[in-house]
Write a protein that binds this ligand. Structure first.
Ligand SMILES: NCCC[C@H](NC(=O)CCC(=O)O)C(=O)O
Ligand SMILES: NC(=O)OP(=O)(O)O
Length: 316
């Protein structure tokens, strides 16, 4: 594995997730592997879990980290080709990426979509610039279209809590107050389509995700029918994909205890951060079936599995 940009970089996702679970038994066993290695983490957007779990995973492997916030402690970066740089951005990624790569053995980047132009977002310009101009392994910490570190942690969490061998996993659209990216849902769909689960997506009509990611999943527009027999409910908001980036409101899609009662005592999952009583009611998040905090904890071991694999590729 040379990069971790998407599911495509992992040959056997189920085995990869099981190996991540194994790491929990002795998280510091591989501390010698990353000795003398530097991981540069570049954030174009806010983060709590990714920021902390990636640093913790690096620590477990003996890797040092440098955390850079674009536009904060790092210059604002220009990302457009051919831009006349007479605005806010002082530096172009064309220089910044190879300069950062000089100091690092692995780079990780968070770069959300603009949600204005689907073609531009799907080009993944920033992630691609890191992957092509750094000459170093690159980890996707949530890009314009995907969030594979999250999905690996989600798969780990499902494997740890599944009540039966082929559980029913339902991705449900949930309301929000603003248009959100498709990354988490795209990525979750890709990984679930490769996992040993029955995968169903439910959302209001008009909020279809890109078929590139959902192909293979059952789409059910009736939220109640989708929830029936579910072992896991995974809630996520996303903006329109067809009418790209448009905010769509459907407050009646909130997930509450009454809806969770339609399921097979399903565990409740969310990538976080979550808007309480907009996306999900307090009675679900505070109830006994919520595993959102355990899910977030698994981000550490998902990342540790990825970094361990990337370390193998580095020349010593
Ligand atoms: N990394 C996890 C999710 C990040 C992002 N959520 C957000 O931006 C929520 C922001 C808010 O609730 O104001 C998303 O949906 O892709
Ligand atoms: N779930 C997740 O990626 O959280 P952060 O955006 O806080 O990193």
């Amino acid at each position: 594995m040379n990069n971790f940009l998407s599911l495509d970089d992992v040959s056997d996702p189920m085995a990869f997730a099981r190996e991540a679970i194994e790491l929990k038994k002795n998280p510091l066993a591989d501390m010698h592997l990353g000795r003398g290695k530097m991981l540069g983490m570049v954030f174009f957007n806010s983060s709590l879990r990714t920021r902390m779990s990636v640093q913790k995973a690096a620590f477990n492997l003996g890797i040092q980290t440098m955390v850079l916030n674009v536009g904060g402690d790092l210059w604002t970066l220009e990302t457009q080709d051919g831009a006349v740089m007479n605005g806010k951005a002082a530096e172009h990624i064309k220089e910044a990426v190879p300069v950062m790569a000089n100091y690092c053995d692995i780079l990780a980047v968070r770069c959300f979509p603009g949600l204005e132009n689907r073609d531009i977002d799907s080009e993944e310009k920033i992630l691609t610039a890191f992957a092509t101009k750094s000459g170093k392994p690159v980890v996707n910490m949530e890009s314009a279209t995907l969030h594979p570190l999250q999905s690996l942690a989600d798969l780990i969490t499902i494997l740890e809590h599944q009540p039966k061998p082929r559980p029913k996993v339902v991705l449900s659209w949930a309301p929000h107050i603003k248009p959100l990216p498709h990354c988490v849902s795209n990525s979750f769909s890709q990984w679930m389509n490769k996992a040993d689960v029955e995968f169903v997506i439910t959302h209001p009509k008009g909020l279809e995700l890109g078929t590139k990611y959902t192909k293979g999943a059952v789409i059910e527009h009736d939220q109640r029918k989708a929830f029936e027999g579910a072992d896991f409910i995974y809630a996520k908001n996303w903006s329109s994909y067809n009418d790209y980036g448009k905010f769509m409101d459907a407050p009646e899609w909130i997930i509450d205890a009454e809806k969770m009662a339609w399921t097979n005592q399903a565990r409740f999952m969310h990538c976080l951060p979550v808007r309480r009583n907009v996306e999900v009611a307090d009675d679900v998040l505070d109830g006994p079936h919520s595993i959102v905090v355990k899910q977030a904890a698994n981000r550490e071991f998902a990342t540790q599995r990825v970094l361990k694999e990337l370390l193998k590729e580095l020349k010593h």
